[in-house]
Design a protein around this ligand. Sequence first.
Ligand SMILES: Nc1ncnc2c1ncn2[C@@H]1O[C@H](COP(=O)(O)OP(=O)(O)OP(=O)(O)O)[C@@H](O)[C@H]1O
Length: 248
Amino acid sequence: MIAAENLVKVYRDRKRGDVRAVDGVSFSVQAGEIFGLLGANGAGKTTTLRMLGTLLQPTDGTAYVAGFDVRLEPENVRANIGFLSTTTALYGRLTVREMVEYFGRLHGLDSATLRTRIENIFTTLDMHDFAKARCDTLSTGQKQRTSIARSIIHEPPVMIFDEPTTGLDVMTSRTIVGFIRRCRDEGRTVVFSTHIMSEAERLCDRIGIIHAGRLVAVGTLAELRHQTGATFLEDVFLRLVAPDDPDN
Ligand SMILES: Nc1ncnc2c1ncn2[C@@H]1O[C@H](COP(=O)(O)OP(=O)(O)OP(=O)(O)O)[C@@H](O)[C@H]1O
C-alpha cells in the first residue's frame, strides 16, 4: 500500500547550504498494518511523510501510495490518503461540524453519506460535545480531533499522521491511539511519526528508526530487540542511533 523507494530530500537553505533532510529512505507498509517512524527532532520524519503525502517533491527516489507514484500521479495519491500534519489548518469561523462537512463536500460526498460518516467519526473521536463550537474556540486536543476528522472524512485506505498525539493529554492521546488501532483493524494502512517511545511500543506493528535522514533499522519490536540486545525501546533506539556511546 505504501512503498518508499530511496527517497531523498535536499533543502536548499540560504544560511545552512544544502540540507540533506532525507537521505535514501526505503520501506513498505501493508494494508492492515501500523508503521511508525520513530526519530529525534530533526531526524527527517516530517519531510518523509510530506513526500508520501505529495506536499513536497522528492529530490530523488519516489514512493508509491495506494498504487500511485507520488511524483507522477499526485492527485490520485491525494484522493486515497488522509494526511494529518502538525500544521493542518482549521477555519476559525466555522464550527467543528461545518469544518468537517466542508472537507467532505470537497471530496464530493452527498448530504446523507456525510451525515452518517460525521456521526460515526464524532462518536469514535468523542467529538459530539464540541461539534457546534467554533474552531477558534477549541482546546489543543479538540483541534487535533477536528483535524483528524477532516482528514479522514473521505474514508481513505491510507492514513499518514505526523506526530498525532504530540502535546495532547493522556485522555485525548488514548482516544487517538484507539482510533488508529481501529483504522488498522478495518484494513487501512497507517503510517505515523513520533518521538514518543511508549506510543511506538504500544501501537506499531513495525517500527522504522530514522536518524539524520536515514532509516537505521526497520522491524517489529521483537526484531529490533533481538538486533540490539536491548529490552526497552528507548535502549533499542539509543543503541541504534548512537552505537558508539558507551552508556548505551
Ligand atoms: N524548509 C526547510 N528548509 C531547510 N531545512 C529544512 C526545512 N524543513 C526541514 N529542514 C531541515 O531538515 C531536517 C529534517 O527536518 P524534519 O522536520 O523532517 O525532521 P523531524 O524528524 O520531523 O523533526 P521534528 O520531530 O522536530 O518535527 C532538519 O535538519 C530541519 O532543520
